[in-house]
Design a protein around this ligand. Structure first.
Ligand code: UDX
Length: 436
C-alpha cells in the first residue's frame, strides 16, 4: 500500500517508520526542509529508542521517503495518515489548526479516491468535520473518506508500542474504509477493534484519562498514607495482585506530565462542559495532579527558612525517563518556584538539558540562578538540598551514602520514591518522599 503521513512528530514519524518496516511504501511529509534532510540521512528529530535503526534500515530499502512536497506525496497515496499536533488552547480545548491546514492541502492535492486516517488525538466529532472540510475544498471528482485510528504509544517506547500494540482501534463509517485499514494493519498481526468513528475518538480519551485518573488516585491515596502512617509502596504492591486493578500505573509521585495526559484530561473536561455535562472524575484528577506537582516544594518550604542563595541540586528535568520531552514536566513548576525564592539551582538530566535551556537559560533568572551540570555528583557536590524529579537510571544509581558524602546538608526530597526510607535513615540522610 502507498501511504503518506502528515507530520513527523512522535505520532507521525513513528507510524510512518513502522508502516515501512512491515512492508508498505511510505512518504513522510513535513514543512521543515532541514528536518527532511536530517531524516533522509537517518537522523531522528525526536529522541526515541530504536527509531533511528529502523529509519536507516527502511531508508536504504527505498520504502521510506521524506518530503516537503505534500502535493506529490498526497497525490500518489492510497491512504493519508494525519499525525500532526493538536496542542492545548488556553481554555483547555484542542487546537485543530494544524489538522485544518493538512485537510486543505489534501483537498488541493488528491487526484484519485483515497482514505484519510486521523491518528492525532482529536475531540469526538472531529473526524466528521475533517471529512466535511476536505469535501468543501475538493475541486476534483474524487472520493475522500475519513477514518479514525487513534495512537496509544508512550514516549520512550514508541517503536515497541507501535509494533507490539495491545490493539489497533479503527473507527470507520463504511465497509470500504474498514477493509482498507484492516489491510494496512494486516502485516502487524495485532488484534483489531473496529468501531464507528466517534467511538474510536472517544476510546483514545477514555484510555488516557483512565490512566491519568489511576495516577491521581494513587497520589491522593499516597498523601493520605503519609497522614495515617501507611506506606504507599506496600499499598500499591498489595493492590497490584488484583487483576481487576492491574499492576501498572500504580506509582505515586509528583504527578503526571508529558504531551498527552495533561492535555487530554483538560480536553475531555472541555468537551463535557461544551455538551452541558460535568465530568467530575476527570475534573478531580486534574485538580489532584496540579496540587501534586508542587507538593515536594511545599514540604521543603515548610522545613526551610529560605532558599535564597542555597545550592539546590535538581536531579531529572524530563516528565519521565527515556525522553527529552519537558512538556508539562513537574520539574518546571518546581524550578520556577525555587528561582522565585532565590535558589542557586544545579540541574542534571541525561537528555533534557538542551530543551530545558530554552525555558530556563543558564545564568541569573529573577532572584535565582540556573546552572546545568554533566553529572548527578556535580549537582550534589556541596548542595544544601536536593530534589529528585525523574527516575533516570543515572539518578537511580546514586546510592544513599553518596548523598551523605557529597552534599553539604544531606537533605533529599524524592518525587519518584527511588530509595527505601530505612536505607536513607541508616545513611543519615534526611529523606522525604511520596506517601511514606
Ligand atoms: C501516555 C500514554 O501512556 C500513551 O498510551 C498515550 O498514547 C500518550 O500518553 P506518555 O505521556 O508518553 O504516554 O507517558 P506515560 O509513560 O504514560 O507517563 C505519563 C506520565 O505519568 C509521566 O509523567 C509519568 O511519570 C507519570 N506516571 C506514569 C506516574 O506518575 N505514575 C505511573 O504509575 C505511571
Amino acid at each position: 500500500m502507498n501511504i503518506a503521513v502528515a507530520g513527523t512528530g512522535y505520532v507521525g514519524l513513528v507510524a510512518g517508520v513502522c508502516f515501512a518496516e512491515v512492508g508498505h511504501t511510505v512518504t513522510c511529509v513535513d514543512v521543515d526542509e532541514k528536518k527532511v534532510k536530517l531524516m533522509e540521512s537517518g537522523v531522528s528529530p525526536i529522541y526515541e529508542e530504536g527509531l533511528e535503526e529502523l529509519m536507516k534500515k527502511n531508508n536504504a530499502t527505498g520504502r521510506l521517503k521524506y518530503t516537503t512536497d505534500y502535493a506529490s506525496a498526497y497525490a500518489g497515496a492510497d491512504a493519508i495518515f494525519i499525525g500532526v499536533g493538536t496542542p492545548e488552547m488556553p481554555d483547555g480545548s484542542a487546537n485543530l489548526s494544524f489538522i485544518a491546514t493538512v485537510c486543505r492541502q489534501i483537498a488541493e492535492s488528491v487526484v484519485h479516491d483515497c482514505l484519510v486516517v486521523v491518528k492525532s488525538t482529536v475531540p469526538v466529532g472531529t473526524n466528521d468535520k475533517v471529512e466535511q472540510f476536505i469535501k468543501d475544498f475538493l475541486d476534483k471528482d474524487v472520493k475522500v473518506e475519513v477514518a479514525s485510528n487513534p495512537e496509544f504509544l508512550a514516549q520512550g517506547t514508541a517503536v515497541h508500542d507501535t509494533l507490539h500494540a495491545a490493539r489497533i482501534i479503527i473507527g470507520t463509517e463504511s465497509k470500504e474504509a474498514e477493509t482498507k485499514l484492516m489491510e494496512i494493519y494486516e502485516p502487524f498481526h495485532l488484534p483489531i477493534v473496529s468501531v464507528k468513528r466517534r467511538s474510536a475518538e472517544m476510546i483514545k480519551y477514555a484510555c488516557n484519562d483512565f490512566l491519568a485518573l489511576k495516577i491521581s488516585y494513587m497520589n491522593d491515596i499516597a498523601n493520605l498514607c503519609e497522614l495515617v502512617g501507611a506506606d504507599i509502596e506496600d499499598v500499591a504492591k498489595g493492590m497490584s495482585y488484583d487483576k481487576r486493578i492491574g499492576e501498572r500505573f500504580l506509582n505515586a509521585g509528583i504527578g503526571f506530565g508529558g504531551s498527552c495526559f495533561p492535555k487530554d484530561t483538560k480536553a475531555l473536561k472541555f468537551l463535557a462542559k461544551q455538551n452541558g455535562y460535568e465530568l467530575k472524575t476527570v475534573e478531580a484528577c486534574v485538580d489532584v495532579n496540579t496540587r501534586q506537582k508542587t507538593r515536594l516544594y511545599e514540604k521543603a518550604k515548610d522545613r526551610m527558612i529560605t532558599f535564597d542563595g542555597l545550592k539546590v541540586a535538581v536531579l531529572g528535568l524530563t516528565f519521565k525517563a527515556g525522553t527529552d520531552d519537558l512538556r508539562e514536566a513537574p520539574s518546571s513548576d518546581n524550578i520556577k518556584l525555587l528561582l522565585e525564592q532565590g535558589a542557586d539551582i544545579y540541574a542534571f538530566d541525561p537528555a533534557g538539558v538542551p530543551r530545558a535551556k530554552l525555558q530556563f537559560p543558564e545564568g541569573e533568572i529573577g532572584r535565582g540562578r540556573m546552572n546545568y551540570v554533566a553529572s548527578p555528583e556535580e549537582a550534589l557536590d556541596q548542595a544544601n538540598i536536593c530534589f529528585v524529579f525523574t527516575e533516570w537510571p543515572e539518578i537511580k544509581s546514586i546510592r544513599p551514602a553518596d548523598y551523605k558524602r557529597l552534599m553539604k546538608i544531606p537533605l533529599v526530597y524524592d518525587g519518584r520514591n527511588l530509595y527505601s526510607t530505612e536505607e536513607m535513615r541508616e545513611e543519615k540522610v534526611e529523606y522525604y518522599s511520596i506517601g511514606r
